[in-house]
Write a protein that binds this ligand. Structure first.
Ligand code: CDP
Length: 226
């Protein structure tokens, strides 16, 4: 399928499979995939390791903001990096997941990540996933998808994914984490998670990845005549 030069923005709730979907889209249409959540996770790891966020999630915003000036956070061969250190495994841990949504409420952090995303996404033919891509980062994206699914289905998928990587998980802990993140993400002041007016909703509770690909091919064909 010959897809034109467009930006595809995928937003939605935690663990709805946005990144797996985006990766397959990128592969099939020869697009560049950009995972905005990985940058929020990277800033969170950096904040934990440098003491900018406490046990009770109090954040030293001025100190964090200052330190971000020199934070070399970027994508590389194996995923997300700080300088030449690959942080891909650490940023997927529950320790980071439990602090990422508080960190993502900080306006200074959002400005830092937005700057990077716009820089990485200067060209078209990108698919980016997150919470505010279609509303804030790329409000002019030609195709916006808003993903949702039943919370228990999402928790099961995420727990299976973590177990496949060898991490011990408790389904209830995973469910609690994703519901807490959804709440914080939807209620924060700066760029909350909301469906863009022109986004198409995809509830994939009962869909396979093949179903999802059929779904998007049909939409692209209808919308862009290809
Ligand atoms: O993989 P999952 O969907 O669970 O999360 P993620 O995409 O890795 O994002 C992790 C967290 O980063 C989210 O829960 C949000 O708090 C934050 N985030 C955000 O605020 N804005 C984005 N564009 C992307 C992520």
């Amino acid at each position: 399928m010959q897809v034109p030069d467009i930006i595809i923005a995928i937003d939605g709730y935690s663990s709805t499979g946005k990144s797996s979907f985006a990766k397959i889209i990128a592969n099939e249409f020869s697009f560049l995939y950009l995972d905005s959540g990985a940058l929020y996770r990277g800033v969170t790891l950096f904040a934990i390791e440098n003491g900018f966020i406490s046990e009770d999630n109090t954040i030293d915003v001025p100190a964090l903001d200052k330190a971000l000036e020199n934070l070399d956070l970027h994508f590389g061969k194996e995923g997300t990096y700080i300088g030449d250190r690959c942080i891909e495994k650490e940023i997927r841990s529950l320790a980071v997941a439990s602090k990422v949504s508080p960190i993502a409420t900080v306006a200074e952090v959002r400005a830092f990540v937005d700057r990077k995303l716009r820089e990485f996404g200067k060209n078209k033919r990108i698919v980016m996933d997150g919470r505010d891509i279609g509303t804030t980062v790329f409000p002019d994206a030609e195709l916006k998808i808003f993903m949702t699914a039943d919370p228990l289905v999402r928790a099961r998928r995420r727990a299976a994914e973590m177990e496949a990587k060898g991490d011990k998980t408790d389904l209830q802990d995973v469910l609690k984490n994703l519901q807490e993140r959804d709440y914080i993400d939807s209620h924060r002041e700066v760029s909350p998670l909301t469906q863009a007016k022109d986004a198409i909703v995809l509830d994939n509770s009962e869909m396979t990845m093949d179903d999802q690909m059929d779904w998007i091919r049909k939409i692209i064909a209808e919308r862009f005549g290809c």
